[in-house]
Design a protein around this ligand. Structure first.
Ligand SMILES: *Cc1c(COP(=O)(O)O)cnc(C)c1O
Length: 395
């Protein structure tokens, strides 16, 4: 039984399982691979002098995103946080509004809300998807909000709650049917934080195509990278035009005049980053297939270990398995820190999940619902090496 196993034996068992899959030696948590046309496209940028905000790769990358995701429009920007900020702004979020986001997410989700002068309002997670707890959220909104002329108001703070941001945690799709229904019933704009889930599907439809607007990230640790970068997805021609306009300093088209009709942002993705993205997206399906095979391998070796579950994609979903996720149980959660310590000591990069955002200094006073599930998950999750290249040549 687990209770009589020593901490040491348990930790050794976990390390042996991981090494069985990834081999011994230094293993990153998630590293990119450049085994396609990256070198050719980057050289082309340098040879042609088009390295900055003008050049063909930006348009080509946006077209590739449209083709791959099925969204009608894609607007590429400097990073995922900027994509989320602009998506929220175009969804109508204003200073003094509240925006519902999970407490268990990367801090960027909350920061994007704050940049607009709005206030994040923290929502609990669910065990089955690691995303927004749809049962608790509906109950909470019924008890704590009121619709006044079509606007959802927080009864306690009297502030409008304008939007709901589902995050597809570690690539696993959130419960989108229920989230869209909550959006309808409480008149909340749905803006997806799909930063981690490019290529993941919910009931056959790609994440990032459910919200009125969505945000993607192409940071170095994501499934595909542009160095740094992000994109806004939308089906609305009007919002796509607005997004393109305000991310390029709101400049009015003219051969030489500098005329700007509002305070815009310099958020456009440079050509050199988009060139990297064009090469990366050519290989995305291959990368995802490799990440899914990696999951199967981990699943095999973890199956006999009591006290650990490997998180598996929710039913009716196809996940990109961005980060592989172990979840400790009642009897093993006490070993979290030893596992983190011992794996990292031996060169296996592992990480705990983020601290709940409501526990971070800048967000201590933000409104929150009961967060029992998120708190439990935050004590139990460890991410293990997840690079798409890990199994190449290893099987
Ligand atoms: C990576 C990430 C972001 C931000 O993307 P950047 O490109 O790093 O700005 C936002 N939300 C989530 C959930 C992320 O994982």
């Amino acid at each position: 039984m687990i209770s009589v196993r020593s901490s040491n034996a348990f930790v050794e068992e976990v390390i042996a399982a991981i090494q069985n899959v990834v081999g011994a030696g230094q293993i990153a948590l998630h590293e990119p691979s450049f085994d396609g046309n990256e070198w050719i496209y980057l050289k082309d940028c340098l040879d042609s002098n088009f390295v900055s905000s003008i050049g063909k790769y930006v348009d080509e990358f946006e077209q590739a995103l449209v083709t791959f995701t099925g969204a009608k429009y894609a607007i590429s920007v400097v990073n995922g946080t900027a994509a989320l900020q602009i998506a929220l702004k175009l969804a109508g979020v204003e200073r003094g509004d509240e925006v519902l986001i999970p407490a268990l997410t990367f801090v960027a989700t909350a920061n994007a809300v704050s940049y607009l002068g709005a206030i994040p309002h923290f929502v609990d997670s669910e065990m089955s998807t690691l995303g927004i707890n749809v049962v608790k959220l509906r109950e909470y909104l019924e008890a704590n909000t009121q619709l006044k002329s079509g606007i959802c108001f927080n009864r306690k703070t009297n502030r409008p709650i304008r939007a709901l941001v589902p995050v597809h945690t570690f690539g696993h799709p959130a419960s989108m049917d229920e989230i869209l229904m909550i959006g309808q019933d409480f008149n909340l704009m749905i803006v997806e934080d799909a930063a981690e889930s490019l290529g993941s599907q919910y009931k056959g439809k790609l994440t990032g195509t459910f919200g009125k607007l969505s945000a993607l990230s192409f940071n170095g640790n994501k499934t595909i990278t542009t160095g740094g970068g992000g994109a806004i997805l939308t089906d609305s021609e009007f919002l796509a035009k607005r997004a393109r306009h305000i991310t390029t300093t709101a400049k009015l088209p003219h051969k030489w005049e500098f005329d700007h009709d509002e305070i815009g942002f310099n958020f456009r993705m440079p050509n050199i980053n988009a060139a990297l993205g064009c090469a990366q997206i050519e290989k995305i399906s291959e990368k995802i297939v490799n990440k899914r095979r990696l999951f199967q391998k981990y699943k095999e070796v973890f199956a006999p270990i009591l006290g650990i579950t490997l998180f598996e994609e929710p039913p009716n979903c196809y996940s990109n398995y961005w980060l592989q996720t172990m979840i400790l149980e009642d009897e093993t959660e006490q070993y979290r820190n030893s596992i983190l310590e011992q794996t990292n000591l031996r060169g296996i990069s592992t990480r705990p999940v983020w601290k709940l955002i409501c526990n971070l200094a800048p967000y201590k006073n933000a409104p929150a619902m009961n967060l029992d599930v998120a708190r439990k998950l935050s004590r139990r999750i460890i991410n293990i090496p997840s690079s798409p290249s890990l199994l190449v040549g290893n099987i």
